[in-house]
Structures are given as structure tokens and as C-alpha cells.
Design a protein around this ligand. Structure first.
Ligand code: HEM
Length: 532
């Protein structure tokens, strides 16, 4: 038996050279068949469908049905019919709207990179020097990373924010003094908050001194200019949804935005020129701001026109960042001040609790300081509740999907515009008890859980993920100091014959439709406390 096997094996070995060729061919054929079967198996795997959504008209899609009065409300109504993820065509743009915490989490945590792109409109590109700011620059652009790092770590570092506390306090106290001088007269709370915030912001950016008449003149128009920007940014533009028609600028949005840009450009050129012409280095650093190093000084110190896009930091980048801070940082904070005051006026029993807390923590013989703020737990809960009911950016800033992927079982194609409808989540009765009721107490027991830091996907007033707001700390500090000071220094009353209402006006930042006007009555025991 052994011999037979041996002889068979030796014959096989002798013939192996002929067999080698045959075996190679056989293996090649088997390999090709296996590969073919594998490829076929992959491609026959069902591709996830697009999300459901309403039918629109040919060419214009769902645009004519949206009614852009309060886009976040319209999107919420559609979620009722199509669920927490749906699509709609706005002209030629595929738009995806997401409105559940688990899907928001999938988008901004699990697929954070893919959803970190933006898709700026024409108006947004114009006003940001060609998307050279942070808000609208592409995530994949090396300059976005660089700019965001400069803003978050160089300009808004804790040390810098602490160094600017004196300035914030000075501007808030100036407002309190201005109000005190006019007690008995009604004040537009949104305007008051805007002026305070813009004065503090300008102080941090390039200081208040030696600005020149030209700069002061443009600064005087800031409120109008920034309101116009917010409205134009939110207005649907035919040029965006039909790019082939962009050159006609049929609604004149691009033209209007270019006019506003001119004012800002002139302002930035003037302050930069003034800084460049400052006689000495010492004057450059101290003269404009009275602070150790203002934002403009930091930015100009980093200016370079290098060819390398990863390290270059051009004048357009500098102006883009200044624009983000001026427009993005001030309108949000002042709008929120007005909403909180309106909510408290609507609920006198909550207002009373806030006033009592201020008496207990600060005392009527004292003015509010930043160190008091963490102890004002009821006021902090009120602020959180107002953020829930009136987030200034209810749809955050729209994202764009950077690569095709599957989310919630649906395909999201590359290039789709994605809205995260946080307002809809904030008002969802499955998530919040009695969501249309103003109830700050819901935030009292769980202070860590509902912070603003983007960790709880039910509550994201400052966004989440790589695109989350880098101005959170500054916004939070400014808002709390201003509110606490206004509420501690005065009792506020509605002018006789007026009624309070809480309807909103849509823009990129959602404001109160009818400005809140209130009459102050002094509360502090010593009139000297009102002096700046
Ligand atoms: C109450 C005040 C503020 C609120 C409610 C707010 C809210 C937001 C929100 C919701 C976003 C979008 C986040 C996302 O897409 O996930 C954002 C982005 C941004 N915010 Fe704020 N913000 C405030 C104050 C500020 C301040 C004071 C600054 C600057 C000093 C600032 C600068 C920015 C910038 C540059 C971005 C874009 C970030 C990026 O795209 O990488 N914000 N903010």
C-alpha cells in the first residue's frame, strides 16, 4: 500500500511542472469567480433610501410652501408629518431636517467630521469677505482650523476673559447709570442690551479711545447694520437655489449685502490704519484699549501673507474674525437678554424669586460682581429655560454633509444642506414635561446635566461638536452679568396701556417681533451705587 502511494506521489511530482500551469489557470478562474461573487453580493446589498418628505413642485420643489416667517416652526410642523428625519427639495438643493436627540447625536458626534461642513449662501459669502471668517469657512480648509484656534485659545482664553472683566463691568455699570438718569421713561430692552454688549465688545476688540470720528460714526449704526445682516442672511435667495440665475441677483440681496460690507470694510480699514500709525509700540498695545492686549493687537501680531495656506493669516482672515465677533457675538447676547426679561415679565412670580435671590446673594446695598454669578442658581435656571424656549439660533448654523453616509437608516447624499432643528427638540412633549410652560425649576436640580457644553443632545443652545460656538464663555458671562445687574438695580414695569406678547421674528438670530419696552424703578438703597 505504502509503495503504491509512494509511486503515485513520485509520478505526480515528476509531472508537476506540467501541472503547475494547469493549476495556476484553475486557481485564477476560481479566484475571479470568488471576486465576482463577492462584488455582486456587495452591490446587491440594498442601498438605504433617502429620508421621506413632502412632495414639492417641479423645479422649485417645496420652496413656495414653506412660508419663511418662522422657518423653525414650519420645520417642526413637517416633522409631525414625516418624522424626526425628512428631506425637502428647496429648488435644486436637497435639504435634510433632523429633529430628534438621537439623530442629532449621530450627526454631530458619530459623524462629526462629515457634518462639520458649511454651505454658505451668496449673502453669507459676501458679508464674510468670501467665507474667510470662522462661521462659514469650510471645515476642510486649513485656515478654518487656524482661525478657530486663534479665536478660542489666543483671544478668548480664560486669562484674557478675566483680564477683560473690568471692561465688561465698566460698560454694564455705564448702562445702569444711563438708565438711572432716565428713570420713569420707557427703555427698549433689546437696544439697551445691544448697546451695552457692542460697547463691551468694541472695548475688547480695539479699545474705546482714539478711534477717530469716522470709526465712531459707523459704530453708531451698528445695530441697524447687524439687524439688516441677520435678515438678509435668513431671507431665501433664488440665486442660492438656482445657481444658474445667480448673476441676475433677482432679489437684490447680493447688492444690499455688498453695501453693508462696504461700511464694515471701511470701519476695519480705519481701525487697522489707526493702529498701524500709532506712534510707539507702547501706544499700540496700551493706547487703544487701556487693556494689556486687545483682540486687534493679537490678530495683527499674527498677520502673515505666506503662500502656505495652513499657516497664512491674511487681512481677509482678520476681518472675517472681527466680523464674527461683532455680528455673531453681540446680536445673540443682546437678543437673549431681551427674551429673558420678557419671560420674567410674563411670569411675575418667577421675577419675584429672581429679585429675592439677588437681594440675598448680592444685597441691596451692593452692586453685582462676576463672582456673585455662580451663586445665583435661580437666575441661572431662568436663563436656561429662556434658552430652551427661545434659542437665538433655533436651527444652529446650517451644516452641509461632506460625504455620503447613512443616518437613521437613510442615505444622506454628499452636499445636502442639513438643519438641526433644536427648537423642535426643545418643545417636544416626549422629552420635556409640559414644554410650552415657562418652568425654570426643571433646571434647578440637574445643573450639571443641562450645561451649555454640547454634551446633552436634548439641549444645545450653543451647538455641539467641532462647530460648536467658541464664544460660549464670553456670551455666558456677558449675558449673566448684564441681566443680574439690570434686575438687581431696578424693578421693571410695563408702560401703562401696553400688553406683553412673546411672538418672534425669524432671522438668522430669532428676535422678539415687538421690542420689549419697560420702565425702570430704582431698587438699590444708596443712590451712589448707580454712579459709574
Ligand atoms: C448668547 C450668546 C451666543 C449664542 C447663543 C451663540 C450660539 C451659537 C451657535 C448655536 C453656533 C452654531 C454652532 C453649531 O453649528 O453647532 C455658534 C457658532 C459660532 N459662534 Fe456663537 N453664540 C453666542 C455668542 C458668541 C460670541 C460672544 C462669539 C464670539 C466672540 C461667538 C462666535 C461664534 C463663532 C465664530 C461660531 C462659528 C463656529 C464654527 O463654525 O466653527 N458666539 N454660536
Amino acid at each position: 500500500m505504502f509503495e503504491i502511494a509512494y509511486s503515485w506521489f513520485s509520478r505526480w511530482l515528476n509531472a508537476s511542472s506540467q501541472r503547475d500551469g494547469a493549476f495556476s489557470i484553475l486557481f485564477a478562474i476560481l479566484g475571479i469567480c470568488a471576486w465576482y461573487a463577492w462584488v455582486n453580493r456587495k452591490s446587491s446589498k440594498p442601498i438605504a433610501p433617502l429620508p421621506p418628505g413632502p412632495r414639492g413642485l417641479p423645479i422649485v420643489g417645496y420652496l413656495p410652501f414653506l412660508g419663511f416667517d418662522n422657518l423653525h416652526h414650519a420645520f417642526t410642523d413637517l416633522a409631525g408629518a414625516y418624522g424626526p428625519i425628512y428631506k425637502l427639495w428647496l429648488g435644486s438643493k436637497l435639504t435634510i431636517v433632523i429633529s430628534s436627540p438621537s439623530l442629532v447625536k449621530e450627526a454631530v458626534r458619530d459623524h462629526d467630521v462629515a457634518f462639520s461642513e458649511r454651505d454658505p449662501s451668496i449673502a453669507a459669502r459676501v458679508i464674510t469677505f468670501g467665507a474667510n471668517n470662522i462661521v462659514f469657512d469650510s471645515y476642510s480648509s486649513p485656515s478654518w482650523r487656524n482661525k478657530r484656534r486663534i479665536l478660542a485659545t489666543d483671544m478668548l482664553s480664560n486669562a484674557n476673559l478675566n483680564a477683560f472683566y473690568g471692561l465688561r463691568r465698566e460698560k454694564v455699570m455705564k448702562t445702569v447709570w444711563d438708565v438711572y438718569k432716565n428713570v420713569g421713561k420707557p427703555f427698549d430692552i433689546g437696544e439697551l442690551a445691544f448697546l451695552t454688549t457692542i460697547n463691551a465688545t468694541i472695548g475688547m476688540m480695539w479699545g474705546g479711545k482714539h478711534r477717530g470720528r469716522e470709526v465712531a460714526k459707523i459704530e453708531g449704526h451698528f445695530k441697524d447694520l447687524s439687524s439688516q445682516i441677520m435678515v438678509l442672511l435668513a431671507r431665501p435667495n433664488i440665486s442660492d437655489v438656482f445657481p444658474s440665475l445667480a448673476r441676475f441677483d433677482m432679489q437684490g440681496i447680493e447688492r444690499e449685502m455688498k453695501k453693508i460690507l462696504q461700511s464694515f470694510n471701511q470701519l476695519f480699514d480705519s481701525v487697522i490704519e489707526l493702529r498701524d500709525n500709532a506712534a510707539s509700540e507702547k501706544e499700540k498695545v496700551d493706547g487703544m484699549s487701556g487693556q494689556k492686549s486687545d483682540f486687534l493687537q493679537i490678530l495683527l501680531g499674527l498677520h502673515n501673507d505666506s503662500e502656505d495656506s495652513a499657516t497664512s493669516f491674511t487681512m481677509k482672515h482678520i476681518k472675517g474674525i472681527l466680523m464674527d465677533i461683532l455680528v455673531g457675538g453681540t446680536d445673540t447676547t443682546s437678543t437673549m437678554t431681551e427674551w429673558v426679561m420678557a419671560d420674567l415679565m410674563q411670569h411675575p412670580e418667577k421675577m419675584e424669586k429672581v429679585m429675592k435671590e439677588l437681594c440675598d446673594v448680592v444685597g441691596l446695598n451692593n452692586t453685582v460682581e462676576e463672582f456673585h454669578l455662580p451663586s445665583l442658581s435661580y437666575l441661572n435656571a431662568v436663563i436656561k429655560e429662556s434658552f430652551r424656549m427661545h434659542p437665538p439660533l433655533p436651527l444652529l448654523f446650517p451644516r452641509c454633509c461632506g460625504q455620503s453616509l447613512t443616518l437613521g437608516g437613510y442615505t444622506i447624499p454628499k452636499g445636502s444642506r442639513v438643519f438641526l432643528n433644536m427648537w423642535s427638540i426643545n418643545m417636544d412633549p416626549n422629552i420635556w414635561d409640559n414644554p410650552s410652560k415657562f418652568q425654570p425649576e426643571r433646571f434647578l436640580n440637574d445643573t450639571d446635566k443641562f450645561d451649555f457644553r454640547g454634551n446633552d443632545f436634548r439641549y444645545l443652545p450653543f451647538g455641539a461638536g467641532r462647530r460648536m460656538c467658541p464664544g460660549l464663555s464670553l456670551g455666558e458671562k456677558m449675558l449673566a452679568l448684564l441681566l443680574a445687574s439690570l434686575l438687581h438695580s431696578f424693578e421693571w414695569k410695563l408702560p401703562q396701556g401696553t400688553e406683553l406678547e412673546l411672538s418672534s421674528k425669524f432671522g438668522l438670530v430669532v428676535k422678539k417681533k415687538i421690542p420689549l419696552r419697560l420702565i425702570p424703578v430704582p431698587r438699590l438703597t444708596n443712590p451712589k451705587l448707580y454712579k459709574e
